[in-house]
Design a protein around this ligand. Structure first.
Ligand code: SSV
Length: 140
């Protein structure tokens, strides 16, 4: 199963040549993961405003084709792996076409859960509610 985020490309996101500036694909990963938290585990968002930190430790995107203003993009997010304190998310970027969808890019990122201590940040378990919310979205 996927968590989906739909988006229509704006001029703000395109560069001089007219295609989408590469950094936006990474921003979209961020918007998608935030909305997932908001929809599925709002209590984790609340913890993030207190002592929980989700550190982005790795992010990537592989680009197969260009996107342009007004393209309809679907970002499909899955959980790649979940360890005691880290989550890997996998992203497929699709463009809606008259007939079907075209794979535009693939991305991946890893986040590490940590807690703010008095002296330093220390690794922390993935919150139970988040772990459970991720299970249906595990790939394979
Ligand atoms: C404050 C900050 O930087 C927030 C980080 C948010 C991290 C969100 C992680 C969400 C993971 C969702 C995975 C879903 C897979 C289907």
């Amino acid at each position: 199963m996927y968590y989906e985020w739909h988006h229509i490309v704006t001029f703000e996101e395109t560069n001089l040549v007219g295609n989408v500036y590469y950094a936006n694909h990474i921003r979209w990963q961020g918007r998608c993961r935030e909305l997932f938290l908001k929809e599925h585990v709002p209590e984790v968002l609340e913890q993030l405003s207190k002592d929980l930190v989700m550190v982005t430790t790795r992010v990537s995107c592989e680009y197969f084709n260009e996107l342009f203003a007004f393209d309809e993009v679907i970002l499909q997010m899955r959980a790649g792996s979940i360890t005691s304190s880290r989550i890997v998310m996998l992203f497929d970027y699709l463009r809606k076409e008259a007939q079907g969808e075209e794979l535009i890019a693939r991305g991946e990122q890893q986040v590490a859960c940590m807690l703010k201590g008095h002296w330093a940040m220390v690794p922390a378990p993935v919150p139970k509610s988040l772990r459970e919310a991720l299970l249906p979205y595990l790939s394979n």
